[in-house]
Design a protein around this ligand. Structure first.
Ligand code: KIV
Length: 292
């Protein structure tokens, strides 16, 4: 059995030029599949609000919902590092709120680390405090979905020189504060490359080109399970939505034609036991007056 992935493993992968494989998961069975397939980092992303709970943005998901799903994921994982996303408004109020909620992910759901979006002064203070108490933190820069309304939509970030410089400064600030890694979402490849070359911590890209130290996607997008929209940066490796629809269609046909369940899918009594039972049931019906 391979050794469990830690923050040190991921940082070594960057030094060795070995790309980090990361994906999201929201439940036990998918977490188990990803872990068995050798995924290094599993994120219980707040994207669960959209792909698993059907909300339009990531805002609505609560701490209790995130904890519930994180517990399910950690039960399915042996090797990968599990990172839980701090949901919207679970860390933006103050350091105490952030520490309390990050601690719940580790204590109540066995997460190995937490992720938060942006590099505000408050975030940097939160990161320092969490890292100081032994809770690893992953940063998230570029397009940060919790700020969708402030950013004017899901748009590429860091296009201008000023924005690119700010992104590099923010990545450096996250590194200085103690983040073990940073997600770069929807930034031009050239900017992702500049950030990746300037920080020692691994960058994990989503819509940031192939220059990052690793890649992450929302598993439901990659699997073709979530089909409401398809971001340009997603590559679909399966069409689970169609596979599931076909399977359910066949099941419906079999139920309607009584082709399901067959004998091997049922509990049949041995012939003599069945005959004896039928005789007794017939007598029972006669004595209770059902059959005249
Ligand atoms: O919530 C999420 O799934 C994420 C990834 C897209 C990085 O933050």
């Amino acid at each position: 059995m391979s050794k469990a992935v830690s923050t040190l493993t991921l940082q070594k992968y960057k030094r060795d030029g070995r790309k980090i494989v990361a994906l999201t998961a929201y439940d036990y069975s998918m977490a188990k599949i990803l872990d068995k397939a050798g995924v290094d980092l599993i994120l219980v992303g707040d994207s669960l609000a959209m792909v698993a709970l059907g909300h339009r943005t990531t805002h609505a998901v609560t701490m209790e919902e995130m904890l519930h799903h994180t517990r399910a994921v950690t039960r399915g994982v042996t090797n990968a590092m599990v990172v839980a996303d701090l949901p919207f408004m679970s860390y933006q109020v103050d350091v105490i709120q952030a520490i309390t909620n990050a601690g719940r992910f580790v204590k109540e759901a066995q997460a190995h680390a937490v992720k938060l979006e942006g590099a505000t002064r408050l975030n940097l203070e939160i990161i320092e405090r969490l890292v100081g108490m032994g809770i690893p933190v992953m940063g998230h820069l570029g397009y940060t979905p919790q700020a969708i309304h402030g950013l004017g939509g899901a748009r590429v970030q860091g296009r201008s020189a000023d924005e690119a410089v700010k992104l590099i400064d923010d990545a450096r600030a996250l590194e200085m504060a103690g983040c073990f890694s940073v997600v770069l979402e929807m930034v031009p490849t050239a900017v992702a490359k500049a950030v990746t070359e300037r920080v020692k911590i691994p960058t994990v890209g989503i819509g940031a080109g192939n220059v990052c130290d690793g890649q992450i996607l929302v598993t439901d997008d990659l699997m073709g399970k979530f089909t409401d929209f398809l971001p340009r940066f997603v590559r679909r490796y399966a069409d689970l939505s169609q596979v599931c629809q076909d399977a359910v269609g066949k099941y419906a046909e079999d139920v309607k034609s009584a082709n399901f369940p067959n004998a091997s899918e049922s509990f049949l009594l041995p012939k003599e036991e069945e005959e004896e039972l039928m005789r007794k049931l017939a007598q029972e019906s006669v004595s209770s007056g059902e059959i005249c």
